[in-house]
Design a protein around this ligand. Structure first.
Ligand code: GTP
Ligand code: MG
Length: 203
């Protein structure tokens, strides 16, 4: 299930502009701005700068397709909930990513990233609920599990935040979505994610 080859293919702002799907399976990384989507992609492909990352939220602004092992796609998406983005731009992001989730037929599963180092934000629940309502196949990826608790975060450990989040979203799904704890710093969860993706591709 390891990545031996990865290349950037295209940035798109509309589902229609995405590369032809041709039955090539793809997985999309979605989550709040700054949650670590681009960092996770780099961790999965063992490259430091294939997807661009930043300390400042709002770095990724398009639907970015990366071809993996010449046989499937990883897709890096803009984050939601970036308060400093102009209102118009935010609505547009929500629109084009949601259109992509609903209309990209080769999308096998959305990987919803949740920051495990802090308590979940209301907007994370909104997104999880929206995905559940629209029956979009989803995998929960908890990020930044390497970060230790701080008083200002309510003093909770990543494991506790993960449990709280699962409790909060239970009613949104008929079956509990699969979930994986990760860190792009220690590469925790990398093999588990790649194996999970390989299993989903073979269905
Ligand atoms: P947008 O493109 O703005 O939506 O953000 P993103 O979700 O792609 O986040 P990005 O990967 O750019 O990472 C944001 C910040 O979080 C960077 O400073 C990363 O170094 C940091 N970060 C990402 N993943 C981890 C992690 O697993 N652990 C720690 N400690 N920091 C992380
Ligand atoms: Mg990004």
């Amino acid at each position: 299930a390891q990545v031996v080859q990865a290349e950037f293919v295209k940035s798109s702002v509309r589902t229609e502009d995405c590369p032809p799907s041709d039955g090539i399976p793809e997985f999309a990384l979605v989550g709040r701005s700054n949650v670590g989507k681009s960092s996770l992609l780099n961790s999965l492909v063992r490259r430091k700068k294939l997807a661009l990352t930043s300390k400042k939220p709002g770095k990724t602004q398009c639907i970015n397709h990366f071809r993996i092992n010449d046989s499937w796609y990883l897709v890096d998406l803009p984050g939601y909930g970036y308060a400093a983005a102009p209102q118009e731009l935010r609505i547009d992001w929500a629109k084009f990513t949601k259109d992509y989730f609903l209309n990209r037929s080769s999308l096998v599963s959305v990987f919803l990233l949740i920051d495990a180092s802090i308590p979940a934000k209301p907007i994370d629940l909104e997104y999880a609920s929206w995905l559940g309502q629209n029956q979009i196949p989803m995998t929960l990826i908890f990020t930044k599990c390497d970060k230790r608790k701080k008083k200002k975060n309510g003093g909770k450990r990543p494991e506790e935040n993960v449990q709280d989040f699962q409790e909060l979203i239970r009613d949104f799904f008929q079956t509990v979505p699969p979930w994986i704890m990760t860190s792009s710093v220690t590469n925790q969860g990398r093999d588990e994610i790649l194996l999970h993706m390989a299993q989903l591709r073979n269905y």
